[in-house]
Design a protein around this ligand. Structure first.
Ligand SMILES: Cc1cc2nc3c(=O)[nH]c(=O)nc-3n(C[C@H](O)[C@H](O)[C@H](O)COP(=O)(O)O)c2cc1C
Length: 374
């Protein structure tokens, strides 16, 4: 087995696989299960000081399946943050740290736009022994109605101010979790890093409508006949998450060297994780896949990541972190590179389509295939 251990913001993880905030980290029982199965760290379900305002509905998930295999490839949720009292969480943080003193427990926190509340939640969680914070600036449903979650994450000015309150109080590392529901994810990321956060986590779920039931004509998930747009996760979101992580990693490299990045979105295997790390992530988080298959999947993920490292003779995660970022360039540059390559080999053969005028209706799919990879 290759050495999968990582040190991120001073936190020592046995491997980079982290339980992402959500049902898989929703109480001490399941957090213990995650540690027992070998997860590198756990981020708890997002907590707030006053859980009495949090009321969930059922059903609250909608799923998209592949037509042929029936595999779940997309998952929408309209779930809120934790509905469990803050005092219960504080007791459970202590219990978990007593039982697993060497394991990394990260508190996901969220509050309204009030300095005192952010300071209080940080101080009380760190007194209970959590190892780090992830500030949830990113849930796309329910909470924005209270100017929480992605309502903050979409506004770099507010975000910078809230992050600075958190940084005043925090004695442990702080990650800011980004919403993907913005045009340029670098802007809120820059605001959080400017305020001093040690790292960025990305992405939370993508605002979505999973579908409309053609028998009832009601959009899903239907609650008493009605719904509200939710957050999309699972395998289908990974390309979007990879793009955003690439952009944040590039920003970190240019303007904030040394800060960390935790990649999230559709991770289901060690090979998926390797791709996030190649694009600059220190750790990868997994939420929906654990809901699909259970906690044991981390074993196969570790084996697959280890096999990838052995194949390329990488001795550590640090050795290949960010290695693929160098292969992004502009489209203009791609054209120039291809022209130069063709001049060199004088190769015009093998080009399946030289210009748009050559597309033909009868061979359309064949021609599309000829231009694709994968
Ligand atoms: C049912 C469900 C509940 C979630 N709850 C939270 C939450 O409380 N706080 C949070 O920061 N993210 C929450 N998330 C978002 C995940 O942590 C993660 O960012 C997102 O789902 C993408 O990763 P995935 O494809 O591995 O699930 C939730 C996701 C799901 C599916």
């Amino acid at each position: 087995m290759a050495d999968l251990s990582v040190v991120v913001d001073g936190l020592k993880l046995p491997n980079p696989f982290v339980i992402g905030s959500g049902p898989p980290g929703t109480n001490a029982n399941v957090i213990g299960k995650a540690f027992d199965e070998g997860w590198g760290a756990v981020i708890c379900k997002t907590v707030s000081l006053d859980a009495s305002k949090v009321v969930n509905v059922q059903p609250r998930y909608g799923r998209l399946r592949a037509a042929d295999s029936n595999e779940i490839i997309g998952w929408e949720n309209i779930e809120l943050i934790s509905d469990r009292p803050f005092e219960t969480w504080i007791d459970e943080f202590k219990q978990i740290k007593d039982k697993y003193p060497d394991r990394i427990l990260i508190a996901s926190i969220m509050e309204e736009f009030r300095r005192d509340e952010w300071v209080e939640i940080v101080e009380r969680c760190q007194e209970a022994g959590v190892d780090a914070f992830e500030c949830n600036f990113s849930c796309p449903h329910g909470l924005p109605e209270r100017r929480m979650g992605s309502a903050m994450g979409e506004n770099p000015e507010i975000l910078e101010e809230v992050c600075s309150w958190v940084m005043e109080a925090a004695k442990v590392p702080v990650w800011a979790k980004m919403t993907p529901n913005v045009t340029h994810i670098e802007e809120p990321s820059r605001a959080a890093l400017k305020a001093g956060c040690q790292g960025i986590a990305a992405i939370n779920t993508i605002r979505s409508v999973i579908g409309v039931n053609l028998d009832t004509l009601r959009p899903e998930p239907s609650v008493e006949g009605y719904t509200t747009p939710g957050g999309y996760s699972c395998k289908a979101v990974m390309p979007i998450a990879l793009r955003m992580c690439m952009e944040i990693a590039t920003l970190i490299g240019k303007e904030f060297p040394g800060r960390s990045l935790s990649g999230i979105g559709g991770v289901e295997s060690g090979k998926d994780a390797a791709q996030f790390i190649l694009l600059g992530c220190d750790t990868v988080q997994v939420c929906t896949y654990v809901m699909k298959v259970g906690y044991r999947c981390v074993r196969a993920m570790k084996d697959e990541l280890s096999a990838f490292m052995e194949q390329h003779k990488f001795n550590s995660i640090a050795e290949f972190k960010g290695m693929s970022l160098q292969y992004f360039t502009t489209h203009f540059d791609l054209v120039a590179r291809q022209a130069a390559a063709r001049r060199k080999t004088a190769a015009t053969q093998g080009q399946s389509l030289k210009a748009d005028g050559e597309w033909r209706g009868d061979d359309f799919v064949k021609q599309s295939d000829s231009l694709a990879r994968g």
